[in-house]
Design a protein around this ligand. Structure first.
Ligand code: NCD
Length: 323
């Protein structure tokens, strides 16, 4: 499922945005820098720029989402594009022809970009392989595989707060096994040159060969949090769990829940992140979620600027060909 050649054109520019894997530091930094310029736009009273005027973007969501869909929608609107939201409830087996048919019908309406969320890993790649040459595809989360825009907005939040990646210790805590967010974050943080990326989880919530991803593995929360600059908590993805991965939620919180006491093990200026939706009392206590070190709502806000950056960069290569 290598997306590198599929998502970058012969001049090294983004054509689709499907996965962080295979993208270089320069390109990821360009996304963050572009997002920085858009962050100003979202703070103005008139929150629009005309960059994608006349373009049509379809949010094609086969899986429920609030935050991701709405921030994509706002990002598109702030770039002056027309946006259509299509929520398709689909079972995991309706890929193949059904997906292609949906696509062909939408293409007939002269759509310029698809933002795709799907429960199957590889769905966005599949669509990217089948769209017409001028159409871009952005992956808004596919199965357990990737959630690259989330990883970039997380990196953006870290860079804004910490100003750098080089000497940072970032601990990603929780259900790594089922998390497309964790996979994309690990690739993004390593590509951006983060000092140390840790994963902290029970063995049952870690994928096999997790060390191959370039992370340090910790099974005890107390060890994994020590001296961390950034603590990223992940949601327990109960809907993806088949069989017994956990004794109970209560037990999980006892061992891996982020409390004020545990957070004290991290650096005094450590920030707490979570891609949402949060489960209070399971991954983290409310005192932490709503506390001064939590940047969870900043992540949501930054999602708009980062998605504006990714949309405008992919559209640049597929626009009128003169860019
Ligand atoms: C994540 C997702 O859907 O993968 N959420 C999000 O995009 N904001 C993480 C999650 O569902 O836990």
């Amino acid at each position: 499922m290598s997306g590198a050649s599929l998502q970058v054109d012969e001049r090294g520019r983004l054509r689709h945005f499907l996965t962080v894997e295979g993208l270089g530091r320069e390109l990821l930094t360009e996304i963050l820098d572009t997002a920085e310029s858009f962050a100003g736009v979202t703070e103005q009273t008139v929150k629009k720029v005309p960059l994608l005027r006349g373009k049509t973007i379809v949010n094609l969501f086969f899986e429920a989402s609030t935050r991701t869909r709405t921030t994509f929608e706002l990002a598109a609107k702030r770039l002056s594009a027309d946006v259509l939201n299509i929520n398709v409830s689909a079972s995991a087996t309706t890929k193949g022809e059904t997906l292609l048919d949906t696509l062909r019908n939408l293409e007939a309406m002269h759509v310029d970009m698809f933002v795709v969320r799907h429960a199957d890993s590889g769905a966005a790649h599949f669509i990217a392989r089948h769209v017409r040459p001028h159409v871009s595809v952005v992956n808004a989360g596919d199965g357990r595989h990737a959630h690259p825009t989330q990883a970039l907005l997380d990196a953006f939040t870290i860079r804004r707060r910490k100003g750098r990646f080089e000497d940072l210790v970032v601990a990603i805590v929780g259900d790594i096994l089922h998390s497309r967010v964790a996979r994309s974050q690990i690739h993004a943080l390593n590509t951006l040159g983060t000092g140390e990326v840790r994963v902290v989880a029970p063995r049952t919530l870690l994928p096999a060969h997790v060390d191959d991803l370039g992370v340090h593995v910790f099974h005890r929360m107390e060890d994994g949090l020590r001296e961390a600059d950034v603590v990223i908590m992940l949601r327990l993805q109960k809907e993806r769990m088949r069989g017994a991965h956990l004794p109970s939620e209560h037990e999980y919180f006892r061992l891996y829940g982020l409390t004020e006491e545990r957070l004290a093990l991290a650096r005094p200026d450590a920030i707490v992140m979570h891609p949402g939706p949060i489960n209070r009392g399971i991954e983290l206590e409310s005192r932490v979620a709503d506390g001064p070190r939590s940047v969870i709502l900043e992540q949501v806000e930054h999602g708009i600027a980062v998605r504006m950056a990714i949309m405008s960069m992919t559209m640049r290569t597929t626009g009128d060909g003169t860019a």
